[in-house]
Ligand binder design. Structure first.
Ligand code: NG1
Length: 394
């Protein structure tokens, strides 16, 4: 018997670089996916290939310890899934043999890596007749994917497993929770690649991990100031406990907090800190705007998010900034980089009537000059909010 796992990529609408700081994110799972067509083996071995010459066939044993292949090798995402399951105590006595294909553009901030991790885990679970609750699996795979070296949060694996057609997803952490929010009719998400790969298994990895370190450092350094402010406000020293970003986002006087913290952090750490706090509050405002059907307001928050990622978090690029500027000129409700940045894609929110003018403007002003051709469907496309991963008989 043969099986197919289909696992979607995602586009994050707002809430960037918040997940690993314990703050919510707001993505959609998209109609681009990674597929694993496989049959079950009696032996504990994984053997996968791909029609793409870029991805060479590999095999490994499902026995601890599962060693990493060289950095950048695609088998590491499958190894990560297997390792996560084994460490969780899932007995993997049977293996899989098959082929991986997909339509999620790679190294684009659209989460092709997590789609492969999740697809591999679902295939191995199916082969061994084990089911895990999806929230548990999402949290497990978020930890497992760190095996590849990125100190990531849990957004991508959760979006991949919990996508709902026509809905955005509010994802919260510690503990993981997912709440679908319907996207109002008549609005579209256009994804546009900057044509620069954001290779999270290579150069962008260090930059990403550095941001995660800076956020931890900024929080640790500001704990005294934050706690002091809280104690002064409440008149009670006993409330001076260590802060989390989650506590701080819901603090009543965030402007006062930022000006106190500014005095003790280096300029760089302060900018990282301010991005995390302001982005955290934008996620709540954006969800409210979507529930109210006020998508112009949603778009405005996307633009604020992009500015913060560009100026405070410093993960945008000139090309991503150019795409956002062209999109805004074309009359979209909002646009921003999506995913980690350092290249990859931008996402624009358009009403139905603005999709064609946006695509024409991007073609003429961004793609034609760089490519000498119109963009392909992997470079610029409308992303539909879609279902999460499924396993079916092939
Ligand atoms: P992308 O850009 O898809 O690699 C990464 C992280 C997310 C999140 C975003 C930034 C992984 C697998 N993905 O996504 O968790 O932190 O960056 O918001 O770590």
């Amino acid at each position: 018997m043969s099986w197919r796992v289909t696992a979607p990529g995602r586009v994050n609408l707002i809430g960037e670089h918040t997940d690993y700081n314990g703050l919510p994110v707001f993505p959609i799972a998209i109609d681009r996916d990674v597929r694993v067509d496989f049959r079950v083996l009696d032996d504990p071995v994984v053997r996968l290939d791909s029609p793409s010459a870029r991805f060479v066939p590999f095999a490994f044993q499902l026995k601890r310890p599962i060693e990493a292949a060289v950095q950048g090798d695609w088998s590491n995402y499958v190894r990560a899934a297997a390792r996560g399951l084994l460490e969780h105590g899932v007995p993997l006595e049977r293996g899989i043999e098959g082929t991986v294909t997909g339509s999620v553009p790679i190294a684009s901030g659209l989460s092709s890596s997590s789609a492969l991790v999740v697809a591999s885990a679902l295939a191995l679970l199916k082969a061994n007749g084990v089911t895990l609750p999806r929230l548990e699996l999402a949290a497990l795979m978020a930890r497992a994917e760190r095996f590849v070296g990125l100190q990531g949060g849990g957004m991508d694996q959760a979006a991949c497993l919990h996508g709902v057609a026509g809905h955005a997803l509010r994802i919260e952490f510690d503990p993981l929770r997912v709440t679908p929010v319907p996207v109002p009719e008549g609005w579209r998400w256009v994804v546009a690649s900057s044509l620069v790969p954001a290779e999270k298994s290579a150069g962008a990895r260090e930059q990403y991990n550095e941001r995660a370190r800076q956020c931890r450092e900024a929080l640790t350094a500001s704990v005294g100031v934050v706690a002091g402010g809280r104690a002064a406000n409440s008149g009670n020293r006993a409330t001076s406990t260590a802060a989390t970003y989650r506590d701080l986002v819901s603090a009543p006087d965030s402007d006062g907090l930022l000006s106190r913290v500014r005095r003790i952090l280096s300029p760089v750490l302060f900018r990282r800190f301010r991005h995390v706090l302001t982005e955290g509050s934008r996620v709540a405002l954006a969800e409210r705007a979507m529930r109210d059907g006020d998508m112009r307001r949603f778009g405005h928050l996307m633009v604020r998010s992009h500015e913060s990622l560009r100026d405070d978090y410093e993960v945008s690029t000139d090309d991503l900034d150019a795409i956002v500027a062209i999109a805004l000129d074309a009359g979209v409700a909002g646009a921003r980089l999506t995913g980690a940045g350092f290249g990859g894609c931008a996402v624009a929110l358009c009403d139905d009537g603005t999709v064609a003018p946006l695509m024409e403007a991007l073609t003429a002003r961004f793609y034609q000059p760089r490519l000498g051709n119109p963009p392909t469907r992997d470079v610029m496309f409308v992303a539909k909010p879609s279902e999460g991963a499924v396993v079916q008989e092939a």
